[in-house]
Design a protein around this ligand. Structure first.
Ligand code: G3D
Ligand code: MG
Length: 168
């Protein structure tokens, strides 16, 4: 029997330098299509997850440059099926700012699956785990500590989110 095919849009959100591009590079190598860069100011990569009974194609959207969330076009969020909200564990303000990233995303996309990532967990962490946990549970989301440097929880984060986009 032919496998079912799904295509889902995944967005990475968070301040500049938190590690969004590095996380995507860890997970996926192929750049999908440069035309997105010109059209949307976003870089889109593609990764196919071969599951037991389906193939899931993840279109992974990355913010280009160091834009603040205010400058992001709503096209970036439109049609998103899932999101990774990324903060930098060495910079507490990047967790503060996730509230705004979340609010903007939620306005356009409503309740979609989200995983909060505390990235750079290989470094000296300045963000309190209880604060991170508080934010994640406040928006009803899972939480993972990741490192784009050593790969910790990177595949897990994308896979978990991919599975969540197929549920419900
Ligand atoms: P952004 O896409 O969110 O703006 P980048 O962030 O992926 O460009 O990463 C910003 C810097 O943080 C990069 O440093 C990158 O190597 C580093 N970085 C990203 N993730 C991690 C991590 O998990 N651990 C550590 N130690 N560093 C990380 P450079 O110096 O290469 O510009
Ligand atoms: Mg980047």
């Amino acid at each position: 029997m032919a496998k079912r095919q799904f295509v889902k849009k995944i967005c990475l959100l968070g301040d500049g330098e938190v590690g969004k591009t590095s996380l995507i590079r860890r997970y996926v190598l192929d750049l999908f299509d440069d035309q997105y860069i010109q059209t949307f100011g976003a870089k889109v990569s593609k990764k196919v997850l071969e599951l037991e009974d389906a193939n899931l194609t993840m279109m992974i959207w990355d913010v280009l440059g160091q834009k603040t969330q205010k400058a992001l076009h709503t096209t970036y969020y439109a049609g998103a099926n899932g999101a990774l909200l990324v903060c930098d564990m060495t910079r507490p303000e990047t967790l503060e700012h996730l509230k705004h990233w979340y609010a903007d995303l939620h306005e356009v996309s409503g309740n979609i699956p989200i995983i909060v990532l505390g990235n750079k967990c290989d470094l000296d962490m300045k963000v309190k785990l209880e604060d991170l946990q508080g934010f994640a549970s406040g928006i009803g989301s899972k939480l993972l500590l990741t490192s784009a440097l050593n790969g910790q929880n990177v595949n897990e984060a994308f896979h978990a989110l991919g599975h969540m986009t197929l549920e419900g």
